[in-house]
Design a protein around this ligand. Structure first.
Ligand SMILES: CC(C)(COP(=O)(O)OP(=O)(O)OC[C@H]1O[C@@H](n2cnc3c(N)ncnc32)[C@H](O)[C@@H]1OP(=O)(O)O)[C@@H](O)C(=O)NCCC(=O)NCCS
Length: 161
């Protein structure tokens, strides 16, 4: 049985690092940021502004099949940001990413979110990721040419919840 939870635990810093590294989609500095969001939440609690949905790996405590990190965007009335979503490569294309996103949207709605925003890369490697967002009801709202690096655009998606 997969265990779903929203409470952050000590082992999540290492587990999130292992997961985001395993996907091969994130740079060293992005991997570091992913851990920092977990650590900030461990030390500050809800005050951090980051919230999570974790899916634990059955029979392997301290390992994750997938997770999301999201939260209200400061200084907006009801806009939320999906900061992070990742599913273990062995578990991809099984519907877990969609299930995680739906649960995240449900929890955001409970907190009166009206719109969910997500940034991604325009690079070829992220074509499946963009397909995933489009398939999940997200619309491309903006494309910032060469934002991350020359040849690496930022693509902003949004969905009305
Ligand atoms: C993006 C991600 C979270 C999707 O999770 P997932 O569990 O594989 O997604 P699902 O199985 O729920 O897929 C839902 C739909 O998205 C689309 N999709 C997902 N992966 C895809 C792929 N590799 N190629 C094409 N379409 C894909 C498909 O339409 C899929 O539906 P289908 O399998 O019925 O065709 C996962 O692939 C991932 O962790 N990728 C690497 C990290 C990443 O890109 N994170 C986002 C950074 S901005």
């Amino acid at each position: 049985m997969m265990r779903w939870r929203v409470t952050v635990q000590e082992s999540d810093a290492a587990a999130v690092y292992a997961l985001v590294t395993e996907t091969g989609f994130f740079s060293k500095s992005e991997q570091q940021i992913a851990i920092e969001l977990v650590e900030e939440t461990l030390s500050m609690g809800k005050e951090s502004g980051y919230e999570f949905v974790f899916v634990d790996m059955p029979g392997k405590p301290g390992s994750l099949l997938g997770y999301t990190c999201y939260g209200p965007i400061p200084d907006t009335v009801s806009s939320f940001d999906l900061y992070w979503i990742a599913v273990s490569p062995r578990q991809q294309r099984t519907g877990l990413g969609s299930a995680l996103l739906i649960e995240t949207e449900r929890l955001a709605l409970q907190q009166k979110a009206s719109r969910m925003f997500v940034d991604t890369s325009g690079r070829e490697q992220y074509t499946p990721t963009r397909n995933f967002y489009e398939r999940s009801g997200y619309q491309q709202e903006a494309r910032l040419i060469d934002f991350y690096a020359p040849g690496d655009d930022k693509v902003i998606y949004a969905k009305t919840l």
